[in-house]
Design a protein around this ligand. Structure first.
Ligand code: 5GP
Ligand code: ZN
Length: 311
């Protein structure tokens, strides 16, 4: 029994599937939601199993890599920076005195060598570059990460912290473009088999500042980004559940990913937004996963979860 997008947020909260915290866009997942999200992660891993090496990243990545990829330049509004106390006993006492006096104390936590991972594929390029020249056949990977973007919102489909799974290709331009086409089609087909209805459309990234419009226009003109979208929490503005990106040679240049002849490789990726797909499933099929169509339950291997445990 499908639910109108406008009613989704209230309904999933009423069912305890998503529990808000004091911060917009930061939520706890109830058991029913967490089980579907975990099942999706496993099903996507099965779907993409033949692609190549699998790497699961955590929530953080080296700061210098995000700088090399120009994330801080293009999306400073989204980047999360890690700051830690690294001081002496005396500096700790000064920090506590400042805190207890109601004075600013956060300067005692300087930035460290980490930022929060903005996209699942970002930490893989440096790892591959460290292996030497890119093999003629290129690289193919499956990656999985907890991602962060500072975009507080009460839309359940826009979280600050969310899981992303990607397939990634590094190689010759035509090979990575066909990889992107193949995996966009195969992933859209997977979502259709889950009973979701959506469409593929050209898209752009939320670049920051004065150059934003120019960069977004160039991205569309060069057909660098496509998204598979479906109405989740707003009927008028469908939500991107899959993204297919062609980075040209920009990430390869940032990390020195070159073939033997010295030419730079190109790269492309297709990413699944796990929580967004889970939300689309709850909206389309109803709040109790056990009652979803049998082919969806089978594809996600959800069977066997006792109803009493779903909540
Ligand atoms: P992109 O790098 O194209 O912005 O994001 C890749 C995928 O991650 C998107 O297609 C989407 O499925 C997921 N994603 C992006 N932003 C968010 C977000 O704010 N919340 C959630 N839950 N998923 C997101
Ligand atoms: Zn990517």
């Amino acid at each position: 029994m499908s639910i109108a997008p406008e009613e989704l947020a209230a309904e999933i909260r009423a069912q305890g599937l998503i529990v808000p915290t004091a911060v917009s866009g930061v939520v706890a997942q109830g058991r029913g939601f967490a089980e579907v999200a975990d099942a999706l992660v496993a099903a996507i891993r099965r779907l993409t199993a033949g692609v190549g090496e699998y790497l699961r990243f955590g929530a953080v990545m080296p700061r210098d890599q995000a700088v090399a990829m120009r994330y801080f330049a293009n999306f400073p509004q989204l980047l999360g920076s890690i700051h830690c106390f690294c001081g002496s006993d005396a500096e700790h006492r000064a920090l506590l005195r400042a805190h207890d006096a109601g004075e600013p104390w956060a300067d005692a936590l300087p930035p460290v060598e980490l930022v929060l991972t903005p996209a699942a594929c970002y930490p893989c390029y440096a790892i591959l570059a460290a292996r030497g020249a890119v093999p003629a056949a290129g690289y193919r990977l499956q990656v999985d990460a907890t991602c962060f973007r500072h975009e507080p919102s009460d839309d359940p489909a826009r979280l600050q912290s969310f899981r992303m799974q990607e397939v990634v290709a590094i190689g010759q331009p035509d090979a990575v473009v066909s990889f992107r086409e193949h995996w966009l089609a195969a992933s859209a087909d997977f979502l259709a088999r889950l009973g979701l209805e959506g469409d593929v459309a050209p898209a752009d990234d939320p670049f920051f500042g004065r150059a934003a419009a120019v960069m977004a226009k160039a991205q569309r003109e060069r057909e660098l980004k496509f998204e598979w979208r479906t109405p989740v929490s707003d009927a008028a503005r469908p939500t991107a559940c899959l993204s297919a990106n062609y980075h040209l040679d920009s990430f390869a240049k940032a990390f020195g990913l070159r073939f033997d002849d010295g030419s730079h490789a190109h790269s492309a990726c297709v990413g699944f937004g796990v929580e967004r797909i889970a939300l689309a499933l709850f909206r389309t099929h109803g709040m109790v996963a056990e009652a979803w169509p049998v082919e969806v339950v089978d594809l996600l291997r959800l069977e066997g979860t006792p109803r009493a445990d779903i909540r």
